[in-house]
Design a protein around this ligand. Structure first.
Ligand code: FAD
Length: 431
């Protein structure tokens, strides 16, 4: 059997079902496609991927290639669409089975279906759900339709009735004969149609992609600085590296699994300290799962203007208002500071995201999907479920049972009482 691992949002070798399963084959290879589609224009006039996430992805794939090499598994990297490249690859390398993470949103389904349609039916595709904390086969619901609308209900039931699976053992290195001629190279940022940049010195975190860097961040945040023991108290912070874990970017492209983080918290609780703060990181990982289940349940309805609630609001669209929001030139300085931060770094705190989203959709009453698409373009940690789910939540078309609007003035007084965060980002005009 010749097996192929098709990497998508599972860019790691540790705790990766597809890698482990593929290793039962005689020959094992990996493939990653930088699909030009993701570097083109999206539905709302923003590039689907801006430079921050593109650079992070490049670094991630470089580390993946190195890590796979240690297992004697070659990673073939192409700047091409999977539907064009993978069928050809399967023919050329006589592949019998393809292993991949199971995804379910529009773009990912389209690519997978197009690949399957272009290869012989004898090629087996094995998909694994590897991005969850609580595996879909283990949750206490008989069907996805039973997933509750309210997070707390979901969390409590899963915490009571569902166990997080243990992480997988890393596969052993393949025999050295598993090396094949591979002249492919990871593209640079210019090949993706984007410009080089240096990281803004004010950034909340100097993100670098890759599995090794994800593990380093866990090491630092948990074990070296023990910031985990203050997590709940500091997580709403706005300035600095330590206020929250910053693990989202690695989680989003699968450089680290949610299970790995969960079991690391458990070990920390056993050996160093267990308190409300350590638990709260798991609580937040359950939010992440929740939005995945919301999109599993509702499918592509998460992208519709009515959201999953089927709400009909009078949404407006204004180019000028959009420009002001993006460039941080609204009448609200807290909103402006956050918007400049994301424009300069690809990052914004959770507090900031909630406020600018609420401001956009509820105060300015602009089509929430434009805001979500801008975030999709800019965010280092863009994750389709978390982004569109949180946007729906903050725009009154999703899972917020209280349907809140943020008062950004009061939020600024509370979370930026000395104006330190605003001063950091408002010292220059952006555009
Ligand atoms: P921590 O506070 O350290 O939390 C640990 C982990 O829990 C995070 O890494 C993340 O995986 C998860 N998590 C925390 N809060 C949430 C949440 N509200 N929803 C889902 N997961 C959560 N998160 C993304 O990963 N990708 C996105 O595209 C994204 N878009 C967002 C858009 C809006 C409008 C809002 C309000 C939130 C969005 N979030 C998104 C959620 C949240 O803001 C980020 O996960 C968080 O700020 C990342 O920082 P951290 O890793 O330091 O988080």
């Amino acid at each position: 059997m010749n097996n192929l691992i098709w990497f998508r949002n599972d860019l790691r070798i540790t705790d990766n079902s597809s890698v482990n399963k593929a290793c039962s084959g005689v020959k094992v290879m990996g493939i990653y496609c930088f699909d030009p589609y993701y570097f083109g224009m999206g539905d709302y006039g923003f590039k689907k991927t801006e430079k921050f996430r593109a650079q992070f992805l490049i670094e991630t794939v470089i580390q993946l290639k190195e890590n796979l090499k240690k297992l004697n598994i070659p990673l073939f990297v192409y700047l091409d669409s999977p539907e064009k490249r993978i069928p050809k690859f399967i023919r050329e390398h006589d592949i019998h089975a393809v292993f991949l993470q199971k995804e379910w949103t529009r773009d990912e389904n389209k690519a997978r279906d197009a690949v399957i349609a272009n290869v012989p039916a004898s090629v087996n595709f094995e998909e694994s759900y590897d991005q969850f904390l609580f595996h879909p086969d283990d949750i206490p619901y008989n069907s996805l339709q039973q997933i509750p609308k309210v997070f707390t209900e979901f969390r409590k039931k899963c915490e009571t009735h569902c166990k997080v699976r243990t992480t997988l053992e890393s596969p052993k290195a393949r025999p050295s004969t598993n090396q094949f001629k591979n002249n492919t190279e990871v593209p640079g940022i210019k090949n993706l149609g984007l410009d080089n940049f240096s990281i803004d010195t004010r950034t909340a975190f100097p993100f670098h992609g890759g599995e090794v860097n994800a593990q380093k961040r866990v090491q630092e945040y948990f074990w070296e600085t023990k910031k985990l023991t203050f997590y709940k108290k500091t997580r709403n912070g706005l300035v600095g590296q330590g206020y929250s874990s910053k693990l989202s970017a690695w989680l989003a492209n699968g450089s680290i699994s949610a299970r790995t983080i969960y079991w690391e918290v458990k070990q920390f609780e056993r050996t160093v300290k267990k308190n409300e703060d350590t638990y709260w990181l798991i609580f937040e990982l359950i939010w992440r799962d929740f939005f995945k289940y919301v999109s599993l349940k509702h499918g592509n309805r998460i992208f519709r203007i009515e959201g999953i609630l089927n709400k009909k609001y009078e949404w407006k669209t204004s180019k000028k208002i959009t420009e002001h929001w993006i460039s941080g030139q609204t009448e609200d300085s807290f909103i402006n500071a956050n918007m400049r931060e994301i424009a300069r770094t690809g990052w914004m705190s959770n507090r900031g995201r909630q406020n600018v989203a609420s401001f956009w959709s509820r105060i300015l009453e602009q089509d929430w999907r434009i805001g979500a698409a801008y975030f999709e373009s800019m965010l280092l940690d863009y994750d389709v479920h978390s982004n569109w789910g949180n946007w729906m939540y903050n725009s009154g078309v999703g899972n917020d049972p209280r349907n809140r609007t943020f008062n950004s003035k009061r939020q600024a007084e509370r979370y930026d009482p000395n104006g330190k965060f605003q001063a950091l980002w408002l010292q220059e005009t952006l555009f």
